[in-house]
Ligand binder design. Structure first.
Ligand SMILES: [Zn+2]
Length: 466
């Protein structure tokens, strides 16, 4: 029997300015229009609300949910030193599970229905299992990217790069076989920061993805990889299904090469601006023929919603455009980048960048019903903004998200996450945070004493030398 849900009388974002219905059948958007007859459907009153596609977060390290806010005042160098050489070395599998679970729930609560989890906390096989399970259990759509990065654990679980590659091949092969292309959560490969391992090691990591037909993502054009795109290209390793994250230090020519290779990019506006990574490449990416997409990156620093990232990215990109005109001694006569651009980067462009353009990212008939109902009755919406997209991008907040559906399954209704014991989840999250906080000093001392073992640690030591 067909499972039918009818969202009644909402304003479809991107549609005409009239009340519309949206019919979901077996998790798929079946029809959008005024007065849809849907006998036997569960009816949900969407009157007065915006009906919108869920946001797509193309880059987040969910494991850092348990150390919320620690990086508030940190540069990238401090972040790497204290988190990746400190906190990370104290994570147990259960810490990864609860962090990924809470992070995914937080994303859902804020209207993110698809998240790319860059899980570079795989200290041992159990950490990978826990990360994927915690993500999956939240009910969000997502891609779990197995991180090859060698967390400097003493004693190390993986004693060689070849050993880690063998584990990744085994783990990802098993998961890929168990998950058809249509599965809600898929798997992929997150490369070790390019330059921290020899090019042969990067090639071996890429080979795992290529052999298993999986997507690849990696940090690119930052601290350790300013010319990473060129180096990948020279080694014949640049190609499609590669999601390049950040790219602040990549040249315009390198951005064009990503576009030409069929690769895509993820911009994480808030970390990039704060941590000294350079300006977000929104404008340069567009000029190079790439579609920008957004990642929240780390709630170890700031909030886990897409509203903040859309605003920061849009206004920063506008400032960059405006400054060029101001430098010519003129006033910018108009604004080039529109709210509709930022909205598309955060939805459809995100979905397309990770190969899910036919699955999610818009309200097209035939796509999975990854849908938000967004309230418009808060005092901050009085009087209401005429353009729904402007309202979402510049005026709305996570607390405006009334309902969230993923593949037609309600994950949030009437402003509350459903089918989850939030108190129990909160208790586990706090217990994990207490462990990590208590373990931090010892973890830091241990890692710095053995810094020479980790290329990353020696890199940080060099960067922080005065
Ligand atoms: Zn990142």
């Amino acid at each position: 029997m067909t499972n039918r849900i009818l969202l009644e009388g909402g304003r479809i974002v991107g549609g005409p300015d009239v009340a519309c219905d949206l019919l979901i059948e077996d998790g798929v958007i079946a029809a959008v229009g005024p007065s849809i007859a849907a006998a036997g459907a569960e009816r949900i009153d969407a009157r007065g609300m915006l009906v919108a596609p869920g946001f797509v977060d193309t880059h987040r390290h969910l494991w850092q949910t348990s150390i919320r806010g620690v990086a508030a005042d940190w540069s990238l160098v401090e972040y790497i030193r204290f988190i990746r050489l400190g906190y990370a070395t104290a994570y147990r599998p259960e810490d990864v599970w609860i962090a990924n679970h809470v992070g995914a729930l937080e994303a859902l609560d804020a209207g993110i229905t698809t998240v790319c989890d860059y899980c570079h906390i795989v200290r041992a096989p159990e950490h990978a299992e826990a990360g994927l399970a915690g993500l999956d259990a939240a009910g969000i759509r997502g891609q779990f990217y197995y991180g090859f990065y060698d967390v400097p654990t003493e004693p190390p679980h993986f004693t060689s790069h070849a050993g880690r590659v063998a584990h990744a091949r085994d783990f990802l092969g098993r998961e890929a076989r168990a998950r058809p292309a249509s599965a809600r959560v898929g798997v992929g490969v997150a490369l070790t920061e390019f330059g921290l391992v020899p090019i042969e090691a990067t090639a071996a990591e890429i080979a795992v993805a290529r052999d298993l037909d999986l997507p690849i993502t990696m940090h690119m054009g930052t601290l350790s990889t300013p010319d990473g795109v060129s180096r990948l290209d020279k080694a014949g390793l640049l190609g499609p299904r590669m999601l390049h994250v950040h790219c602040n230090a990549s040249s315009d020519e390198e951005l064009r090469r990503i576009a030409d290779s069929g690769g895509t990019i993820s911009i994480t506006p808030e970390t990039e601006l704060q941590m000294g990574m350079g300006f977000p490449v929104t404008n340069r990416a567009l000029a190079a023929g790439l579609r920008p997409t957004f990642g929240i990156d780390i709630v170890s620093d700031y909030s886990g919603d897409m509203f903040a990232q859309m605003r920061i990215a849009l206004q920063t990109a506008r400032a960059i455009d405006n400054q060029k005109v101001l430098d010519e001694g003129r006033m910018p006569p108009e604004i080039e980048l529109k709210v509709a651009d930022a909205y598309r980067f955060a939805t459809l462009d995100g979905a397309e960048a990770i190969g899910l353009g036919a699955v999610t990212g818009s309200l097209a008939v035939g796509k999975q019903a990854d849908i938000l109902l967004i309230r418009q009755d808060g005092i901050h919406h009085a009087p209401r903004t005429a353009d729904p997209v402007a309202s979402i991008v510049l005026q709305s907040r996570p607390s405006d998200i009334d309902s969230v559906f993923v593949g037609g399954v309600a994950r949030k209704r009437n402003g509350r996450l459903v089918d989850v014991d939030l108190e129990a989840v909160g208790r586990r999250a706090h217990a994990s945070a207490d462990h990590l906080s208590a373990a931090f000093d010892e973890a830091m001392a241990r890692t710095e004493a053995t810094a020479t073992r980790s290329t990353y640690a020696s890199e940080v030591a060099r960067a922080t030398r005065r």
